[in-house]
Design a binder for this molecule. Structure first.
Ligand code: PBG
Ligand code: ZN
Length: 328
């Protein structure tokens, strides 16, 4: 044996020493909690595909917001489910639409103490469930851009703090940036879902957001999952068009993409730990063979270790509670 003999175990002896040399942290500052708001009489309804996650009415969500704030969660991302859908998703840019009125209500209460991010897309608002306008049988890119910029502007007017386009149309960051700037919203950041893959892990979300496509799939606009270099191209384009924060989505099956993006770019990177990731961990721990707290922590730390700055996660409230009790 060589002298000196290196013994990595010296630094694993006690919790204190492990903490001292720990390379990656998870604090509440990184987390964004997704919330679903729906035009409905009930205050809250549990989502069957996502145990522990609810749809809220615009009234009902205010209690939830109080809880989110009491847990010191810094940001939420809002998804809206309107009462009327049509071919063009026109309720998405209605000034009295579900998101617009909910954002006004929330902002009146929270002021600057909670960041309200709004998801900009059409799939919850179109009768066919696609993220854009259908011409013939496919999603028309440039027609969709016109609508998306109206949606983004209506969110900014309602008081949204960060605009997050998730549609995956080409050029949407550019038109949204131009529209916001033209209307005086220079200082509203864009968090773009840049590398968003056509993933099986969105299934539970589509029940929650009532946004299942009524025909076909999203493969003509969301990315093909075997591709990695293409993520660099998408992210680069979005940064060039004016994105302030770029996102990789999903997170768990795409840690390589997060890691690569971290190396290649100097903007903050967000990772969306999606509904399918949530459900896998929830159900597996319900079965009793993996520990809920430990697996959630390991999952979120892996996303941070890969290089994400921001994590959008349905686990945010649980993590916040554990952090308060200093369990992590
Ligand atoms: C679509 C959108 C999706 C999610 C958020 N916005 C995916 C999709 O339906 O294609 C998924 C989020 C999740 O699974 O948690 N605009
Ligand atoms: Zn969509």
């Amino acid at each position: 044996m060589e002298y000196p003999f290196t013994r990595p175990r010296r630094l694993r002896k006690t919790e204190i020493i492990r903490n001292l040399v720990r390379e990656t942290d998870l604090t509440i500052n990184h987390l964004v909690y997704p919330l679903f708001v729906k035009e409905m009489p009930e205050k809250k309804v549990e989502i069957p595909s996502m145990p522990g996650i609810y749809q809220f009415s615009p009234e009902g969500i205010l209690e939830e917001i109080e809880e989110v704030m009491s847990l010191s969660i810094p940001a939420i991302i809002l998804f809206g489910i309107p009462d009327k859908k049509d071919e063009k998703g026109s309720s998405a840019y209605d000034e009295n639409g579900i998101i617009q009125k909910t954002v006004r209500k929330i902002k009146a209460i929270v002021g600057k103490n909670l960041l309200v991010i709004t998801d900009v897309c059409l799939c919850e608002y179109t009768s066919h469930g696609h993220c854009g306008i259908i011409k013939d049988t496919s999603v028309d890119n440039d027609e969709t851009l016109r609508i998306l910029s109206k949606v983004a502007l209506s969110h900014a007017e309602a008081g949204s703090d960060i605009i997050a386009p998730s549609d995956m149309m080409d050029g949407r960051v550019k038109v949204i940036r131009e529209t916001l700037d033209k209307n005086g919203y220079h200082d509203i950041p864009i968090m773009s879902y840049s590398a968003k893959y056509a993933s099986s892990l969105y299934g539970p979300f589509r029940v929650a957001a009532e946004s299942q496509p009524q025909f076909g799939d999203r493969k003509s606009y969301q990315m093909d999952f075997p591709n990695k270099r293409e993520a660099l191209k998408e992210i680069e384009l979005d940064i060039h068009e004016g994105a302030d924060i770029v996102m990789v989505k999903p997170a768990l099956f795409y840690l390589d993409v997060i890691s690569m993006a971290r190396q290649a770019f100097n903007v903050p990177i967000a990772a969306y730990s999606v509904s399918g990731e949530y459900l896998m961990v929830k159900e597996a721990s319900k079965a009793g063979f993996i520990d809920y707290k430990r697996s959630v922590t390991e999952l979120l730390i892996s996303i941070r270790r890969a290089g994400a700055d921001i994590i959008i996660t349905y686990f945010a409230k649980d993590v916040a509670r554990w952090l308060k009790e200093s369990f992590l």
